[in-house]
Design a protein around this ligand. Structure first.
Ligand code: PLP
Length: 354
């Protein structure tokens, strides 16, 4: 760090993104991207896009895409917020809703970005331990003295909460904002978007990155009560009013016309997830019950870091976390069946070498 950096950022720990290797020879099961390309209609729209338009700033309101999302989720455009990936939503929500004296709650085993972004904005937070079986006890969040962020399904466990339980949490916190991060909701969990019509304190964030094969396009959206959405817009317009670029707006709209394609892909991922969980279990792994496009697994007696490194040597990238409670685990993104078969083949080799 330079000697000019502000005192408060000295020694600041930023988020560590998963590896994005240059060589494509890896089977990449480490950052929960989709193994499928964007829909044909999206690719066509890119080819036909009028590059002349890049001369102009994008529509800061993202009117067309917002209208399509509103339609799809049966809300009004005023209930929709567009952002440069859903990480951006987390950033604005962190800034918007946490006063100096407030505390934010999120699970101890969860998306590690929450902690980074809370620290960035000097937000007090408390990590609520998951239960022994890695599930969330919703009662820990029913106190109405803290704001709440919960990913549903949770990452990296993949375990989902039911809509009823989410509603209990929202109901129990009438004076606090409950943000449900639904980055993985399209792979089998229930969305809490309908609750946004009934409660003014729930904010949902979703992304085009995972189920819509668009991680490189950086497009996320939030749904909630108009006033919450307006708060997010205020902060976004004070940070970067053109957060979402023209091409992502165009291609995001094209993606909204291809729901059937993405739904089919999400179904394939769910089938492959079942196949993966069964195969790993038959090989002696413990696999948490996932509703996401990844599984979190460990093999008793085998070190998670070692497993990660051996798989990498053999050309398969998975994600390992050094956090104490989950050191034994690896998180494996669900890819195509062919990719998963290569993973199993390499795992069998590793087990034989033991
Ligand atoms: C991937 C992920 C995100 C971020 O998605 P982007 O829209 O690509 O920024 C948010 N939350 C969780 C839990 C994720 O895993």
């Amino acid at each position: 760090m330079s000697r000019y950096i502000r005192e408060r950022y000295k020694g600041f720990q930023s988020y560590t993104p998963g590896e994005q290797p240059k060589e494509m020879e890896y089977i990449k099961l480490n950052t929960n991207e989709s193994p499928f390309p964007p829909a044909p209609g999206v690719c066509r729209r890119l080819k036909e896009a009028d590059m002349e338009r890049l001369r102009l700033y994008p529509d800061p309101t993202g009117r067309r895409l917002k209208a399509m999302l509103a339609d799809r989720f049966r809300v009004e455009p005023e209930n929709v917020f567009l952002a440069n990936g859903s990480d951006d939503i987390l950033n604005f929500a962190m800034m918007a809703f946490n006063d100096d004296e407030d505390t934010l709650l999120f699970p101890d085993i969860s998306y590690s970005f929450y902690e980074v972004i809370a620290n960035l904005h000097g937000v007090n937070f408390r990590k609520v331990p998951l239960q022994e079986d890695m599930t969330i006890d919703y009662r820990d969040y029913c106190r109405d003295d803290c704001n709440v962020i919960i990913p549903n399904p949770n990452a990296p466990t993949g375990i989902a909460l039911s809509l009823e339980v989410i509603e209990e949490i929202v109901k129990a916190n009438p004076n606090h904002v409950v943000l449900i991060d639904e980055a993985y909701v399209d792979f089998g969990a229930e969305s809490a978007v309908p609750l946004t019509k009934k409660y003014d304190n729930i904010l949902i964030s979703q992304t085009f990155s995972k189920s819509r094969s668009f991680a490189g396009g950086r497009l996320g959206f939030a749904i909630g009560n108009q006033e919450l959405i307006r708060d997010l817009i205020t902060l976004q317009y004070s940070t970067n009013p053109y957060s979402v670029n023209t091409l992502s707006l165009i291609l995001g709209s094209a993606a909204m016309e291809e729901e059937a394609y993405y739904r089919k892909n999400a179904e394939i991922i769910q089938e492959n997830r079942k196949y993966t969980a069964e195969t790993l279990t038959s090989m002696g792994f413990e696999v948490l019950p996932s509703k996401a496009n990844f599984v979190f697994a460990r093999r008793p007696g085998m070190d998670g870091d070692k497993l990660y490194r051996k798989l990498k040597e053999k050309g398969v990238l998975v994600r390992h976390f050094t956090t104490e409670r989950i050191q034994d685990y690896v998180r494996i993104t669900i890819g195509t069946k062919e990719q998963m078969d290569v993973l199993f083949e390499k795992l069998r080799e590793i087990l034989q070498e033991e």
